[in-house]
Design a binder for this molecule. Structure first.
Ligand code: CU
Ligand code: ZN
Length: 176
């Protein structure tokens, strides 16, 4: 006799839980962007690249690709201003550093939130990075949105303050 009633309330309970879960997901999605990207521009027309950011449960996933670049190691960082004015891209300012920490390379902690370190460019002029960036997000004070990515002519030595002595700015892209 009581069985059908139990089923009904169980079904209603599940439906309610489902609706709540959906509402929570919708709210979370509305609060913060899940993706951002930057397209690199350079006065050297051979140089191009892109950086994609995805907010995941474990942190901020970064995938960077460059091409047309001199083989070797090149410093690459998030810089504090979302302004890329060629040819020197000084408009991008210093490294994105919301935590007011010293410059370093992954996995050294602390370091600037914008410190990617280096991207290794192969003989074909192409470089690829795929990693999780600790200390940066797509919302709040540590958000990289509205900042810029700068690719340098030289190698980041991961030691020299405040920017690793990685030389001229080869390419720049605003993160949107
Ligand atoms: Cu830089
Ligand atoms: Zn730095």
């Amino acid at each position: 006799m009581t069985r059908p009633q139990t089923h009904l309330s169980l079904a209603a309970g599940l439906a309610l839980a489902g609706a709540l879960a959906l509402a929570t997901l919708a709210l979370a999605a509305g609060d913060a962007p899940k993706r951002a990207s930057a397209k690199l521009q350079s006065p050297d027309s051979k140089v191009s690249g892109s950086v994609h950011f995805t907010q995941e449960a474990g942190g901020l996933h970064v995938v960077a690709d460059v091409s047309g670049v001199t083989p070797g190691m090149h410093g690459i960082h998030v810089h504090e201003n979302g302004v890329c004015t060629p040819p020197d891209f000084k408009s991008a300012g210093g490294h994105f550093n919301p935590g007011k920490t010293p410059h370093a390379c992954m996995p050294t902690d602390p370091r600037h939130a914008g410190d990617f370190g280096n991207i290794t460019v192969a003989a074909d002029g192409k470089g690829h990075l795929d990693f999780m960036l600790a200390g940066a997000t797509l919302s709040g004070d540590a958000s990289v949105i509205g900042k810029s990515i700068v690719l340098h002519a030289g190698q980041d030595d991961c030691t020299t303050q405040p920017s690793g002595n990685s030389g001229d700015r080869l390419a720049c892209g605003v993160i949107k």
